[in-house]
Design a protein around this ligand. Sequence first.
Ligand SMILES: [Zn+2]
Length: 375
Amino acid sequence: METVRRKNRATILQYINDHGPASRKDLADVIGLTPAAVTQICTELLREGILQETGQNVEQSGAGRKKVLLDIDYRVAYVYAINIEPEYTTIALSDLKGEQIACERLKTDASIAPETFLKHLAKRCQKMAAAHKKAVPHIAAAGVGITGLVDRAEGSSIKAYGIWEDEVPIARILGQVLELPVFVENNVNAFAVAEQLYGAGREYDHLMVIKWGPGVGCAMIIDQKIYEGRHAKAAELGHFIVEKNGALCHCGRRGCLETKVSYPVLNRITPFAEEEFGLTYCKAKGHKEGIAFDEAIDLFARSIVNSATIMAPNRILLTGSLFASQIIRDELVAACSSYDTNWGEGKVIYSQLSDREHYIGPAAVCVNRLLFGES
Ligand SMILES: [Zn+2]
């Protein structure tokens, strides 16, 4: 009974999240529950403050009768969103819609013990919350996105490439200081969760999410679920083998895509700031640096086309600092099209959430757990 009740709650909230405000009658019609059951669940959600009545909509039929619409109150609670990547860590205070109240970025310090660094982050979170106490009365959870392999059930980072080599019980350490539930997820998977809640994932069932910069990250949404594979090792696009006897990769293999296209590697061709890749690429055209950049884009394109051949996603969704430039995205699509002429308009899209990429993933992971009970 309890399982059914929770599932029905989640279905109602998910429908409203994906389609906007709805009346009790609409909900009963589309979800396939009895009006009495919908009313009962909505009453409960209204009492908890998760739903709110948002005014009235004139019904099409029924002689102008009005019906009350229900919407999620995305400010019923707030969450900490913490994104830990090799260079920088972002801490944000976000509402349940992924809108930030406050945000700060600091250097990821891998030289100190993980526990020390994490406790430092927790203190910064508390300081941020104290500074926004009026606007943010209730913080419900903390979400953490981190590169590499993650044990979601344990809330641990197994191997955070470029940050920590050993297992780190992130949820336990942060939870001790914050005294809140802490959810941990791989950073690109977390971003894919955000796409499901707030972005293209509401429209498409099968998505391949690709992040470029500083490394290559990938997540696969298949049938509206993030596919993780054995030991959560699926979707390692950055570790596609693209070169025989190639350079040694940090994953232990040779000739991985990342050894050819990661930001540090490209930066050795000619130095540039991550966000200026488009400009740098244009200046390099016609020179030997330009040829090297084109080779990198070509290898990337091949890996993407091959992956999509296996997965058959509705869309390929790009994000990350090196994809910030339209020029680079166009070059990538052109390279994909050179292998398969079907890769024209529309198959590759740029994420609408890219400007919030540095925190929205971990925020979405929290919301997913809190509102929809997704693990
Ligand atoms: Zn590798």
